[in-house]
Every structure is written in structure tokens, then in C-alpha cells.
Design a protein around this ligand. Structure first.
Ligand SMILES: Nc1ncnc2c1ncn2[C@@H]1O[C@H](COP(=O)(O)OP(=O)(O)OP(=O)(O)O)[C@@H](O)[C@H]1O
Ligand SMILES: [Mg+2]
Length: 276
């Protein structure tokens, strides 16, 4: 049975709920808590769509720019309310360079030191595994079929060759960082463990809502250079993860057999950048 906001208002002594966001997996309410304004994220699924390890990682990274976690339960998280524009908002308002630079600095801070061991982080393999059994529908363009096949082989190669492993936010992009008066604050972590070259690879497809920008060769090149520098990883490996993650996102969107997809052209570009 789905939990309602009222349950948590009573149990966690929260007041004045206002619906702030409704997403595929959850609802986010702005509430008043004894700690001040807070965000109450209530997931539709009891297992939080397997995002629980992400909360543990955010708590461990609190001193490095992650949102403060105030409480959590099976399918809900209470965190400090972050006031300010997201880096995605800043990019879409006409300052994408500022957003990308701040994203890179934020990632660098999260990964500046070794993180103490955290129980339950998900190996990257676990989220990639279903991609290896993907199927294609009759209207799938041959270029997409071909590129998905290359990206799947690439993903297997990357997963098998992870020589270093670190805790990863796993969804580090401009819409998961809010610029507060105290500095950038990160939220919405997946909580993976794996190759640090994965961490900013997905950000190459962002900011959301700027499809022309993310396809510009100079933009792709600048992101690959900056992100590989701050993560201290080889640029080509980051490009390879970007292509592999783009393929995984296409698979997730397909909900079954892969047909056409708005990122078909982006996948081709990223595979070229990755040397495939
Ligand atoms: N601590 C917070 N302070 C202020 N706003 C928040 C906070 N947490 C979430 N939000 C708002 O709610 C939106 C959705 O939250 P979140 O990013 O966690 O979900 P999501 O991107 O849909 O991810 P998923 O569905 O994968 O959990 C954010 O983009 C942001 O606008
Ligand atoms: Mg988010």
C-alpha cells in the first residue's frame, strides 16, 4: 500500500506540506520540520526503487557538499530544504558554462578524499545487466541496432576492466545540484560502487532541455576534457562510459523492445568520441 504524506507528518512532526515536485518514482513535499524547512521525498515503491544506498552515501558526504539527511524510512527520506536554482536552471537561463564548471567542482569535492566503507552500495554491473538482454522492435533503425550492439559490447568491456572502484553518486548532473547561498548542494544519489570514470560520464548528456548544446562537438569535447580532469581518469574511458550510459538510458526508455529514440544521434556521436 502506498504511504501518504499524512503518515509522515504525524510520525516525524512535520507541518505545512506543499507539493514541490512529482516524478516518475516519487513525490517531493516542502514541509516545516523541527530542523527548519525540509524536503520529504515519498517513493511510490516500498524499496525506494533501490535508491536507499544513495541516502547512505549522501549522509557520508555531508561535509563535502551533499544535502543533509534528517530522517529516513523504508520508502521515504526527509532532508534539508535546498533554496536556490538548480545548476540545470542556471544552464537553461543562458549560463551553461557556469553550470558545467560548478558541476565539475562539486564532483571534485565529493571525490577529494577516500570515502569510508558504506554497506549496500550497488555495483554498476547490477544496473547494466538487463541491458545485455535487450531486444529490438521491427521499426528499430539499423543504425540504432548497430550502435546499441557496439555500446553493449563496450559496456561489458568497461565493466570487466574496472581496475579502481569507488563509491559513486551515480546520477550526478545539473538538475541534481542546487546552488544555495552556502554553495552547491548535491541530492538524488543512486549510490553505486565502481569505476570513477563513470561518475561524470552521464553528465555529458546534460543539461536537460538543451538538446542542441549537448550535441555540439565543442561542447562534448569541453565536457570530456573537464570531467576527466576533475575525476582524474582517462578521457577516452570517460567517453566510453558516456556512450555505454547513453545506451542504458535508451534501453530504460524503451520499456521492452527498442524502437527509435531521441538520443539515437547522440549515441552515434558518443561512440565516435569513444573511438568505436
Ligand atoms: N532537498 C531538496 N530541496 C529542495 N528541492 C528538492 C529537494 N529534493 C528534491 N527537490 C526537488 O524535487 C525534484 C525531484 O527530486 P529528485 O531529484 O530527488 O527526484 P528525481 O530526479 O525525479 O529522481 P528519481 O525519480 O530518480 O528519484 C528536484 O528536481 C528538486 O526540484
Ligand atoms: Mg533528480
Amino acid at each position: 500500500m502506498q504511504s501518504t504524506v499524512d503518515e509522515f507528518l504525524g510520525r516525524w512532526e512535520l507541518h505545512q506540506p506543499e507539493l514541490a515536485a512529482e516524478t516518475g518514482q516519487a513525490r517531493v513535499w516542502k514541509v516545516l520540520s523541527k530542523h527548519g524547512p525540509a524536503a520529504l521525498k515519498i517513493y511510490r515503491r516500498q524499496d525506494r526503487g533501490n535508491e536507499a544506498p544513495g541516502t547512505a552515501l549522501l549522509a557520508a558526504w555531508h561535509d563535502r557538499g551533499a544535502v543533509r539527511i534528517l530522517n529516513e524510512e523504508k520508502n521515504a527520506v526527509l532532508m534539508e530544504w535546498l533554496d536556490g536554482p538548480s545548476l540545470g536552471d542556471i544552464a537553461r537561463a543562458g549560463r551553461p558554462e557556469d553550470a558545467i564548471r560548478t558541476l565539475a567542482e562539486t564532483a571534485s569535492r565529493l571525490h577529494s578524499e577516500i570515502t569510508p566503507p558504506i554497506v549496500g552500495l550497488k555495483p554498476l554491473e547490477r544496473d547494466f545487466a538487463p541491458l545485455f538482454d535487450c531486444t529490438f522492435g521491427p521499426t528499430c533503425p539499423s543504425t540504432l541496432y548497430h550502435d546499441m550492439t557496439s555500446a553493449i559490447a563496450l559496456a561489458k568491456h568497461l565493466l570487466n576492466g574496472q581496475s579502481t572502484s569507488a563509491p559513486l553518486h551515480g546520477d550526478l548532473h545539473p538538475d541534481n545540484i542546487i546552488l544555495t547561498t552556502k554553495g552547491p548542494r548535491v541530492f538524488d544519489a543512486k549510490g553505486y560502487v565502481g569505476d570513477p570514470a563513470f561518475e561524470l560520464a552521464n553528465a555529458v548528456r546534460h543539461p536537460k532541455g538543451m538538446p542542441e548544446l549537448v550535441r555540439q562537438p565543442t561542447q562534448i569535447e569541453n565536457c570530456l576534457s573537464l570531467y576527466s580532469k576533475v575525476m582524474k581518469v582517462p578521457k577516452q574511458r570517460l567517453a566510453q562510459w558516456a556512450a555505454a550510459k547513453c545506451a542504458l538510458s535508451i534501453f530504460w526508455r524503451s520499456e521492452g523492445a527498442i524502437e527509435n529514440d531521441p538520443e539515437t544521434d547522440l549515441l552515434s556521436r558518443l561512440l565516435k568520441e569513444a573511438g568505436q
